[in-house]
Design a protein around this ligand. Structure first.
Ligand code: PEP
Ligand code: MG
Length: 586
């Protein structure tokens, strides 16, 4: 029996998972299947399209490189156009009647083998080039479908270097009970999705894919941020008991959270849900939520057809159906729809005017992208307006940094209303328009924005990353990502004070809203509305009822005035331990 290994990472959630490892390597494997003679031309056409796409990608890459490096890529284009290879591929299709991916792979493997057998260092470099080209063309040939995704045994714990949001959903549907991922962190969209489905995960597990093997037994403890490889019998017994206790405790929290939330000193706090996909809407009622504070609509673009690589621009009808299906679940509870926030780590796998940015988090993201792609934006707005007849809809604008963006959005909304009137479609007159405050600039001009919007929501995931110049997904700088840094709290306080002055509702919808450790800080800042993954709601409602806002206010002042971050964290940890008796994860 192998000796147990305990590895530390960054846990998301408080759960425990026990199971066998399934390693997911996002490598490109050419499928093999029979084709008919009548399909040969169509297969070869697919190949030519993939070649054209590959050439376009290389040309775009070349334009951003200095000439000496760009020249290397010129040989790639040369190889892509090689007629001898094209003819060999065609012959392979005729002789073997197998699909194009297989034919192409076989021919390229033949050349790789041939050149590798010649001992010559400059030819060795050519081999690397051929590998590169082969992977690029295969990627362009392969459309990721449910059929060619890996089959995962139910109750597996998935181990991967990185996964896309659509992979995450695929694995959740396949019955995976935990994620162990080499990269990323709590605010990555993979973590957010896993949390929505109450699946414990650990991030920042460097090299884990090279340490373990498929079917190895493993324990994942998200509360204590550890993974135990080759656990012994005592570990399994111990963790099975812990898992059961956590599940019982959660049932208790749900039972205690049926009523509206109120603090010890009688302040009513709204607790709302963040949703990523319509299928999650049932969690609003299940976890006693007061409504939806954030519906991230980009998953509609990233996951259309349930398949990431096939993503398309959703039609107005697709938008409308997704909003309507959520309204069917939540009735007239508040429903805040965030308009498309592509960019950052939510990048479309298709090209719209080439959304590739050198610095995506600072680039063509959120409302910036929408205002330069008005067709896409207005398609979404028309659907939201139409759905507004069926419920209590608010529109939230992401990544606002200048007032002109709000003016432009309002202009688009008015144009959409006119279009709908012409079409004879109805919409509510009572739709509120709000700004997601997630860029420090917006937090600092909250007083200007307040005159033109109906509500604010604080997007702390991005506000923290932009304020501290600290990539939210890079665990190497994770130690800097501190939501209670005095700079962040001062920005949030400015937004909340301005909202109070102008009598505007203000919510927070970043991940910190669902972490009990931060609840006293958020109440102390004066927030009366928190939006989070539905699964966190019962716990946070229980926490709220144990707190006193007047005490939380003093705590926040002390945290802001603390000399060092360590001192600030100590103050908060001490407060949480003292005031929240059932503290699970601080
Ligand atoms: C945020 O930035 O806090 C937020 C809610 O948006 P997202 O996590 O989708 O960027
Ligand atoms: Mg954001």
């Amino acid at each position: 029996m192998k000796e147990k290994i305990t590895i530390e990472g960054l846990g998301v959630g408080v759960g425990v998972a026990i199971g066998n490892i399934f390693i997911y390597r996002d490598k490109i494997v050419a499928p093999i299947y029979d084709i008919k003679e009548s399909e040969i031309e169509a297969e070869f056409d697919r190949f030519l399209i993939a070649i054209e796409r590959s050439k376009a990608q290389i040309l775009e890459l070349q334009s951003s490189l200095e000439s000496s490096i760009a020249n290397i890529l010129a040989t790639h284009i040369f190889m892509l156009e090689d007629k001898t290879i094209h003819n060999e591929i065609k012959n392979h299709l005729f002789e073997n009647l197998k699909n194009i991916e297989h034919a192409y792979s076989e021919i390229m493997n033949f050349y790789i083998k041939k050149i590798s057998s010649i001992a010559n260092s400059s030819l060795a470099e050519r081999v690397a080039d051929i590998y590169d080209i082969k992977n690029r063309v295969l990627k362009n040939l392969l459309v990721q479908t449910e059929a060619n995704r890996p089959k995962v045994p139910k109750d597996s714990i998935l181990v991967a270097r990185n996964i896309t949001p659509s992979d995450t959903l695929y694995f959740i549907n396949a019955g995976v009970t935990g994620f162990v991922i080499e990269t990323g962190g709590e605010t990555s969209h993979v973590a957010i999705l896993a949390k929505s489905f109450a699946i414990p995960s650990i991030f920042g597990m460097h090299n884990i894919t090279s340490i373990c093997k498929n079917r190895d037994e493993v324990v994942l403890d998200a509360k204590n941020n550890i993974v135990i490889l080759y656990p012994d019998k005592d570990d399994i017994d111990n963790y099975s008991a812990i898992k059961q206790a956590i599940e019982e405790e959660e049932r208790g929290f749900i039972e205690n959270s049926k009523e509206a939330s109120e603090t010890q000193d009688g302040v009513r706090i709204d607790v709302l849900s963040n949703l990523d996909i319509p299928e999650e809407a049932f969690t609003v009622k299940k976890y006693n939520s007061d409504g939806v504070g954030l519906y991230r609509t980009e998953f509609l673009y990233l996951l259309s057809d349930g398949c990431y690589e096939k993503a398309i621009i959703p039609t107005e009808e697709m938008h409308f159906n997704s909003y309507k299906s959520i309204l069917d679940e939540i009735g007239d509870l508040k429903f805040t729809i965030r308009t498309l926030d592509l960019g950052g780590d939510k990048v479309l796998p298709i090209e719209i005017d080439s959304v590739k940015d050198d610095n995506p988090f600072l680039g063509w993201r959120g409302i910036r992208f929408c205002l330069s792609n008005k067709d896409i934006f207005k398609t979404q707005l028309r659907a939201i307006l139409r759905a507004s007849v069926y419920g209590n809809i608010n529109i939230m604008i992401p990544m606002v940094s200048v007032l002109a963006e709000i003016f432009n959005v309002k202009k688009c909304i008015e144009e959409c209303k006119e279009e709908l009137i012409k079409r004879g479609d109805k919409f509510s007159d009572n739709i509120k328009i709000g700004a997601l405050i997630e860029v420090p600039a917006a937090a600092l001009i909250a007083d200007k924005l307040a005159k033109y919007v109906d509500f604010f929501s604080i997007g702390s995931n991005d506000l923290v990353q932009y304020t501290l110049a600290c990539d939210r997904n890079n665990d190497k700088v994770g130690y800097l990502y501190n939501p209670i840094h005095a700079s962040v709290l001062k920005l949030m306080k400015n937004v909340i004070d301005v909202a109070d002055k102008y009598n505007l509702p203000v919510t927070i919808c970043g991940e910190m809203a669902g972490r009990l450790y931060y609840t006293p800080v958020l109440l102390g800042l004066g927030l009366k509305s928190l939006s989070m993954s539905s699964v966190s709601i019962p716990l946070i409602k229980n926490v709220i009822s144990a707190l006193n806002v007047s005490e939380c206010k003093i705590l926040v002042e002390n945290i802001i005035n603390a000399e060092t971050d360590i001192e600030a964290k100590k103050l908060l940890t001490g407060f949480v331990r003292e005031k929240i008796p059932f503290t699970k994860k601080v």
